[in-house]
Design a binder for this molecule. Structure first.
Ligand code: CTP
Ligand code: MG
Length: 248
């Protein structure tokens, strides 16, 4: 029974503004996509990775990831669509029950989806994610949790603010968590969640949100600050420094 990781990497990286799609921007000299995939494989628990890349960069991603057990295909218009494209490869692109959106360009099917025990979904934009976190999420799914997310406590005070910039309320941060990836799922549940979202035209900023929409339980495990998402130029500087610190 295998573990397959889906890596959405088809975003343009507007907030980073690096002049090329974010997954291809280097951190410590190595493209984020390569770091994210190598982190997954270094865990020793991931058998195959399906990457959703920008349509025009599918071949480039394939070159960067040569020699690894990876399938690259074109992603979709938003993150949810990109993950669904990648799930199409996992469950057989010709599946008549499948709902496929976006500019799908199928890669070779990974195999019979039923033989997959755990599906991880992991942002290419989290290049420094520790392999130990990948292992912990897979372990939690194997222990019986059908949807697992790594989370961190929120350090800042959180307030709700209206359109005029006036504070409406201070939120109780003790019950809040910041959510990371990799998120881990029983394959059937993740596929069902995505198909329901596609049918409803719904999107979410993470996959667990789609599972929650089904009314199913999502279980949280401790995250890791190193699994930070590179969103802004500040995050990028921080990630670069962390790599340089580690090798110094
Ligand atoms: N992603 C994707 N397909 C999209 C949009 C996003 O696969 N159509 C991926 C990104 O490549 C990234 C992850 O989803 O690895 C998290 O998204 P985000 O950090 O928002 O990346 P971007 O969408 O590229 O950045 P921005 O929102 O600033 O444009
Ligand atoms: Mg985005």
């Amino acid at each position: 029974m295998s573990v397959v990781a889906v890596v959405p990497a088809a975003g343009s990286g507007q907030r980073l503004g690096a002049g090329e799609p974010k997954a291809f921007v280097p951190v410590g000299g190595v493209p984020m996509l390569v770091r994210a995939v190598d982190g997954l494989l270094a865990s020793g628990v991931v058998d195959h990775v399906v990457v959703a890349a920008p349509a025009e960069l599918v071949d480039r991603a394939g070159e960067l990831l040569r020699g690894r057990p990876v399938t690259v295909l074109a992603g979709g218009a938003d993150r949810t669509a990109s993950v669904l494209c990648a799930l199409g490869a996992l469950h057989g692109v010709g599946d008549p029950n499948g709902v496929h959106t976006g500019d799908e360009r199928p890669g070779p099917p990974v195999g019979d989806g039923s033989a997959v025990e755990v599906v991880l979904v992991h942002d290419a934009a989290r290049p420094l994610t520790p392999p130990a976190l990948v292992m912990a999420v897979v372990e939690a799914v194997r222990a019986g949790h059908r949807a697992v997310i790594p989370v961190l406590p929120v350090a800042d005070t959180i307030k709700r603010v209206d359109e005029d910039g006036d504070v409406v309320a201070t939120v109780d941060r003790s019950v809040l968590r910041a959510v990371q990836t990799p998120q881990g799922f029983a394959p059937e549940l993740l596929l069902r969640a995505h198909r329901a979202a596609a049918a409803a035209g719904a999107a979410a900023t993470d996959d667990a949100g789609l599972v929650e929409a089904l009314g199913e339980t999502v279980h949280a495990v401790p995250g890791d600050p190193a699994a930070m998402k590179v969103t802004t130029p500040w995050d990028h500087r921080l990630a670069d420094h962390l790599v340089n610190d580690a090798v110094a």
